[in-house]
Design a protein around this ligand. Structure first.
Ligand SMILES: O=c1[nH]cc([C@@H]2O[C@H](COP(=O)(O)O)[C@@H](O)[C@H]2O)c(=O)[nH]1
Ligand SMILES: [Mg+2]
Length: 242
């Protein structure tokens, strides 16, 4: 032993060939809807929906997330009732979903350079359809999307690695996980990506504690702060300022 440690892998030493994006709270500003619905729902039972609970729910399959809230808050309802209510409210709100800053810029840039892109989300097909119904052209830039909510191949939702491994296998000529970059906002999602052996770019909610995201390759305030060249991806050209 020389006592000299191998330098840990820096972002610049990585060569990324494929990218997997989370959806809610990363590309689309849909987390605000879940927060609004669940605050009101919890209040009906005289309970308070907290950030601590939300952070545990984010990224999970809808059914897993429902049971978590019921247990955490002690709600006198079943997971089915919870899901039915949330779904009804979401049906109204999700079609109005907007992109988060930098999402269209980043996805279009990588797509233009021929990088295979996919989506891995805790949504099921019902909510996914509502979330993306006004973003059809945007969806065409992805080769596929995996919806852990009702995909039988995804045994456990985030924070388990299943969704990212299934998503990776569905790329044409699946790459090694270390060559796949994951973008996530949720702690459960970052943990899932890392467990799948993939470097993860974390873009956490402003309420999150960055200490909790230490396992991410990099933590950013916004997608606008991402530098593709740090991961061996083509840089933005200086002429595009939108
Ligand atoms: O406040 C919440 N946020 C998010 C979720 C769950 O997280 C999923 C979104 O995850 P992702 O960011 O992986 O798309 C939603 O479909 C839902 O199942 C939730 O239950 N409650
Ligand atoms: Mg998310």
């Amino acid at each position: 032993m020389t006592g000299i440690e191998e330098p840990s892998s820096t972002p610049t030493s990585r060569v990324i060939t494929h990218v997997i994006f989370d959806l809610d709270g990363l590309l689309l500003n849909t987390e605000i809807f879940y927060t609004q619905i669940l605050m009101e729902y919890a209040a009906r039972f005289g309970k308070e929906f907290t950030w601590e609970l939300k952070q545990q729910q984010m990224g999970r399959k809808e059914h897993e997330s429902a049971q978590l809230a019921i247990d955490y808050l002690g709600l006198p309802i079943t997971a089915e009732e919870y899901c039915r209510h949330v779904r009804e409210e979401l049906t109204r709100l999700l079609p109005t979903s907007q992109f988060l800053p930098g999402a269209v810029k980043l996805v279009s840039h990588l797509h233009r350079h021929g990088i295979p892109l996919a989506i891995a989300t805790g949504s099921d097909s019902f909510t996914f359809k509502k979330k993306t119904m006004n973003h059809g052209d945007f969806l065409l830039m992805f080769t596929h999307w995996v919806l852990s909510g009702d995909d039988p191949m995804v045994r456990s939702g985030k924070p388990a690695p299943d969704i990212f491994l299934v998503c990776n296998d569905r790329f044409k000529d699946p790459p090694k996980p270390e060559n796949v970059l994951v973008f996530e906002d949720a702690l459960n999602g970052v943990t899932a990506g890392v467990a799948a052996g993939m470097p993860v770019v974390a873009v956490p909610d402003e309420r999150a504690n960055w200490e909790d995201f230490r396992h991410a390759a990099v933590i950013l305030k916004s997608l606008l702060d991402f530098k593709p060249e740090d991961f061996g991806l083509p840089p933005y050209d200086h002429h595009s300022h939108h």
